[in-house]
Write a protein that binds this ligand. Structure first.
Ligand code: PRE
Length: 123
Protein backbone atom coordinates (compact mmCIF):
# COMPACT_ATOMS: atom_id res chain seq x y z
CA UNK A 1 0.00 0.00 0.00
CA UNK A 2 1.17 3.52 -0.72
CA UNK A 3 -0.15 6.58 1.07
CA UNK A 4 -2.46 8.73 -1.07
CA UNK A 5 -0.24 10.99 -3.20
CA UNK A 6 2.87 8.87 -2.55
CA UNK A 7 4.71 7.40 -5.52
CA UNK A 8 6.03 3.83 -5.65
CA UNK A 9 9.56 5.28 -5.73
CA UNK A 10 8.92 7.18 -2.49
CA UNK A 11 7.58 4.04 -0.85
CA UNK A 12 10.59 2.03 -2.08
CA UNK A 13 12.94 4.65 -0.66
CA UNK A 14 11.10 4.50 2.67
CA UNK A 15 11.35 0.68 2.73
CA UNK A 16 15.09 0.86 1.98
CA UNK A 17 15.55 3.38 4.80
CA UNK A 18 13.51 1.16 7.18
CA UNK A 19 15.71 -1.87 6.39
CA UNK A 20 18.85 0.18 7.01
CA UNK A 21 17.56 1.40 10.38
CA UNK A 22 16.51 -2.15 11.31
CA UNK A 23 19.98 -3.46 10.59
CA UNK A 24 21.37 -0.97 13.15
CA UNK A 25 18.66 -2.02 15.63
CA UNK A 26 19.72 -5.65 15.04
CA UNK A 27 23.34 -4.75 15.88
CA UNK A 28 22.31 -2.92 19.04
CA UNK A 29 20.05 -5.77 20.19
CA UNK A 30 22.91 -8.23 19.63
CA UNK A 31 25.30 -6.00 21.60
CA UNK A 32 22.77 -5.77 24.46
CA UNK A 33 22.49 -9.56 24.59
CA UNK A 34 26.28 -9.89 24.75
CA UNK A 35 26.53 -7.20 27.43
CA UNK A 36 23.82 -8.86 29.50
CA UNK A 37 25.50 -12.27 29.16
CA UNK A 38 28.77 -10.71 30.34
CA UNK A 39 27.01 -8.99 33.26
CA UNK A 40 25.43 -12.29 34.33
CA UNK A 41 28.82 -14.03 34.16
CA UNK A 42 30.11 -11.52 36.72
CA UNK A 43 27.02 -11.68 38.91
CA UNK A 44 27.28 -15.50 38.96
CA UNK A 45 30.82 -14.98 40.26
CA UNK A 46 29.41 -12.61 42.92
CA UNK A 47 26.74 -15.20 43.78
CA UNK A 48 29.35 -17.91 44.35
CA UNK A 49 31.49 -15.56 46.44
CA UNK A 50 28.51 -14.49 48.56
CA UNK A 51 27.36 -18.09 49.08
CA UNK A 52 30.87 -19.25 50.00
CA UNK A 53 31.13 -16.54 52.67
CA UNK A 54 27.56 -16.55 53.95
CA UNK A 55 26.83 -13.04 52.60
CA UNK A 56 23.17 -12.11 51.91
CA UNK A 57 22.03 -12.39 48.25
CA UNK A 58 20.82 -8.80 48.10
CA UNK A 59 22.53 -5.57 49.05
CA UNK A 60 19.85 -2.83 49.16
CA UNK A 61 22.40 -0.04 49.82
CA UNK A 62 24.42 -0.99 46.71
CA UNK A 63 21.16 -1.09 44.71
CA UNK A 64 20.16 2.35 46.01
CA UNK A 65 23.48 3.89 45.01
CA UNK A 66 23.47 2.19 41.61
CA UNK A 67 19.91 3.36 40.88
CA UNK A 68 20.88 6.97 41.70
CA UNK A 69 23.93 6.66 39.41
CA UNK A 70 21.98 5.07 36.56
CA UNK A 71 19.17 7.63 36.79
CA UNK A 72 21.70 10.47 36.48
CA UNK A 73 23.38 8.75 33.51
CA UNK A 74 19.99 8.18 31.89
CA UNK A 75 19.08 11.85 32.24
CA UNK A 76 22.36 12.89 30.64
CA UNK A 77 21.71 10.45 27.79
CA UNK A 78 18.09 11.65 27.30
CA UNK A 79 16.76 8.27 28.36
CA UNK A 80 13.75 8.14 30.71
CA UNK A 81 15.29 7.66 34.22
CA UNK A 82 12.18 5.75 35.34
CA UNK A 83 12.81 3.28 32.51
CA UNK A 84 16.50 2.94 33.51
CA UNK A 85 15.43 2.17 37.09
CA UNK A 86 12.80 -0.33 35.94
CA UNK A 87 15.39 -2.09 33.76
CA UNK A 88 17.87 -2.25 36.65
CA UNK A 89 15.28 -3.62 39.09
CA UNK A 90 14.19 -6.23 36.54
CA UNK A 91 17.78 -7.46 36.06
CA UNK A 92 18.61 -7.35 39.77
CA UNK A 93 15.52 -9.42 40.66
CA UNK A 94 16.84 -12.13 38.32
CA UNK A 95 20.36 -11.85 39.79
CA UNK A 96 19.05 -12.22 43.34
CA UNK A 97 17.12 -15.31 42.28
CA UNK A 98 20.36 -16.76 40.86
CA UNK A 99 22.21 -15.88 44.09
CA UNK A 100 19.53 -17.67 46.12
CA UNK A 101 19.74 -20.73 43.88
CA UNK A 102 23.53 -20.84 44.23
CA UNK A 103 23.31 -20.46 48.02
CA UNK A 104 20.61 -23.13 48.20
CA UNK A 105 22.18 -25.64 45.81
CA UNK A 106 25.49 -26.09 47.66
CA UNK A 107 27.73 -23.88 49.67
CA UNK A 108 29.15 -21.58 47.06
CA UNK A 109 32.64 -22.34 45.88
CA UNK A 110 33.35 -24.98 48.47
CA UNK A 111 34.24 -28.31 46.86
CA UNK A 112 31.71 -31.13 47.27
CA UNK A 113 32.48 -33.21 50.38
CA UNK A 114 34.71 -36.19 49.61
CA UNK A 115 33.01 -39.61 49.54
CA UNK A 116 35.41 -40.85 52.25
CA UNK A 117 34.49 -37.98 54.54
CA UNK A 118 37.63 -36.04 53.74
CA UNK A 119 40.28 -38.53 54.93
CA UNK A 120 43.78 -37.32 54.04
CA UNK A 121 45.24 -38.85 50.87
CA UNK A 122 47.80 -41.62 51.34
CA UNK A 123 51.38 -40.32 50.96
O1 PRE B 1 26.84 -6.22 43.91
C1 PRE B 1 26.26 -7.17 44.45
O2 PRE B 1 26.36 -7.40 45.67
C2 PRE B 1 25.40 -8.05 43.66
O3 PRE B 1 24.95 -9.07 44.15
C3 PRE B 1 25.05 -7.61 42.28
C4 PRE B 1 23.72 -6.85 42.23
C5 PRE B 1 23.59 -6.37 40.75
O4 PRE B 1 23.16 -7.19 39.94
O5 PRE B 1 23.96 -5.23 40.46
C6 PRE B 1 22.62 -7.77 42.58
C7 PRE B 1 22.08 -7.83 43.82
C8 PRE B 1 22.42 -6.89 44.89
O6 PRE B 1 21.31 -6.55 45.65
C9 PRE B 1 23.16 -5.74 44.38
C10 PRE B 1 23.75 -5.69 43.15
Amino acid sequence: MTEPGESFDERDAAMTELLGIRSSIDNIDAALIHLLAERFKFTQQVGRLKAAHGLPPSDPERERRQIARLRALAEEAHLDPAFAEKWFNFVVAEVIQHHEEIAGSANGDAPAPAADGGAPAAP
